[in-house]
Design a protein around this ligand. Structure first.
Ligand SMILES: [Zn+2]
Length: 301
């Protein structure tokens, strides 16, 4: 089976040197994946930018216009963590639709993988932690409002809590938000997801995998979705610049296989997004983000 990969060449953004966010990470991942064996089992899809009307499902018109026209205040830009640019604005309208397209393709294929996504700190009227628009909330609300599915489970294994997703989605009974994150990491003020698992900084790999299993067992007892969006963030990695955990690439692969095989056994489609990952070594970071693609290949090809 060919696995849908969703990517746009305009995903990368210009940033000052030594910025904590890697300006080329989406292109780096694209180049790594399209030059490896996994490419033979993939089919590429390209998103179009979303419309402002569609974004109103989750963001305020004031905030959308600030991003569109570059009107963020200095303080808003500081909280976002990224300098505004035309490129940033353009890629933000593209990337949310990339995750929505990934979800649509997951419904028809059983699986689809976005080479971006997981901007879970974006709130209704402000961006935060390198996240402009919230793709997880946007894709969920869009697919449900289009009648393509009824219930969506968002499993977020990025090391940081999915606070924006939780605040946008938690009044919606058809979306269940689950975040497995480091207790002592950003954001300082956590909000309540439908389910939160907080991890201690010194958690062992075997306890981490047990917690993932525990999360899967509880989530699917509480909520039976017809689509899962899986944020396979790699900032749990031991040498991640912003993570606090001590998890190896091998363990991240085990985590991703555990999540995917559990969902596949239940015959529920899954859309994957790459989530967070921070390193000054761009090849090393691309390799970490490619782990979810290896896991998908092992379960679905
Ligand atoms: Zn993160």
């Amino acid at each position: 089976m060919l696995i849908p990969w969703i990517y746009h060449q305009d995903y990368d953004i210009p940033l000052p040197q030594n910025h904590r966010f890697s300006s080329s990470k989406f292109g780096d991942l694209w180049r790594l994946l399209t030059n490896c064996d996994l490419k033979e089992n993939s089919k590429i899809f390209t998103p179009k930018p979303t419309t402002e009307d569609a974004l109103l499902q989750i963001h305020s018109v004031e905030y959308i216009n600030k991003i569109k026209y570059g009107k963020l205040t200095n303080e808003e830009e500081r909280i976002l963590g990224l300098p505004w640019s035309e490129t940033l604005s353009k890629r933000s309208f593209l990337a949310v639709n990339g995750t929505a397209l990934t979800c649509r393709l997951a419904l028809s294929n059983g699986i689809a993988c976005h080479l971006a996504g997981g901007t879970h700190h974006a709130h209704h009227n402000f961006g935060s932690g390198f996240c402009v628009f919230n793709d997880l909330a946007f894709a969920s609300k869009s697919l449900i409002s289009e009648g393509l599915c009824k219930k969506i489970l968002i499993i977020d294994c990025d090391v940081h809590q999915g606070d924006g997703t939780a605040t946008i989605c938690n009044n919606d009974p058809n979306i269940f938000t689950c975040s497995v994150h480091a207790k002592n990491n950003f954001p300082i003020n956590k909000v309540k997801s439908n389910m939160d698992i907080e991890l201690a900084d010194d958690i062992t790999e075997s306890d981490y995998l047990d917690q993932i299993q525990n999360m899967l067992d509880i989530c699917f007892k509480k909520f039976l979705p017809d689509l899962v969006i899986y944020d396979a963030g790699v900032d749990v990695h031991s040498v991640d610049r912003l993570g606090r955990l001590n998890i190896s690439s091998k363990c991240i692969l085990k985590r991703d296989i555990k999540v995917l095989s559990f969902i596949k056994n239940m015959d529920i489609p899954v859309a994957t997004v790459i989530g967070g990952g921070y390193s000054s070594d761009s090849l090393e970071l691309a390799k970490r983000h490619s782990i979810i693609f290896q896991a998908v290949h092992s379960q679905y090809s």
